[in-house]
Ligand binder design. Sequence first.
Ligand code: SF4
Length: 367
Amino acid sequence: MIERFIDPDRIDPSSDCIELNSVFSGERVKDGKLIHGFEFVEPGKIDREGVEIVGKFRKKMGFHVIAEGISDESAQALESLFSEVINRMKGVEYRFRKDNVVIAVSHASLKNFTPECVGDVIFRAIKSVRTVRKVKVRIICDSNEFENLREKAARVHALREIKNRSLKDEDVNEFYLCESCKVYLPYHACIITPERPSPCGTVYSEAKSAVELDIVGYYSPVARGRLIDSKTGEYQMLNEEMRKRTESRVNQVKIHSVLDNPPLTGNFAEAIVFYIPERNGFGIADRTFKKETPIGLKFEDIEKFILGRQIEGFVGVSFSYLRSGSFLKGEGGWRRVVWVSPRVYEYISGFLPESILNELRKKMFMG
Ligand code: SF4
């Protein structure tokens, strides 16, 4: 998810109107007012910078930002700033993203959580992003304008998602490495390509935008180099770069493989794919699955064993990678999957063809 790549030290949303500190991020607000919102950042021309409040604040507060000097990809990344900075407000909890934002504000913090204050904080945060030339923040409280803009935002978000999915690994010359987990895993780097988001869910356009906006220090572009094997996704310069970053612990990576030199897994994998030898197939368990997997290990046991290491037969993946047309293509794709945890099944039911789901159900029943 996008908010992971916002580096708190690189943005400055400081304001006097509300107590704001990163120690309040993660705070849970049980009793308070629920405010509905949406996130929408778009590139555009601006005559006059500033904060505009539209309508009288009751229960709705949509965030519409027009920024000059950014691409549409960067606009996606900037949308993650809303949750990042609003979560730092004392007594405020930001839940969900994009078109379905819900903000819980404690009774004590309500008097400070005004459209003017929120607008000011968002304005400062976005202005502190180096590449943004001019910005206008619109806080939408008027019901009609709120619904109109929320619908427009939903359409734009859907188009961006389609565009993100249409890009292939071979369409780009650079991939991205993320070394955020290096603090805990000294020889680690996650690879992010158009067809393989990171195990924690960062997609290619997000990493690219983060670098372009200069809001984090742990992503870096790497030339992919010559394609060695299109089936497994092996690239000559990527291999060399991984050798350097891991001090020769990893010399070869096949980005769409599990059994043969798979990519490394960082701290926040959403799911793990593992080989089941007696079935000659793969299982996929997500992080919320607490029972034993068919190989007799729980998710957390497997995770401890593979973190920051290249262990053939295991690889951490994100949910979004499960949607990739290149998912496990080095090993035969979905036809080789014989078991998935219930949450993974629910997720893949939304996009896999019924024939593959049928086959999978039969295999799981047999297993
Ligand atoms: S799991 Fe990988 S992509 Fe995610 S924060 Fe860690 S190093 Fe970065």
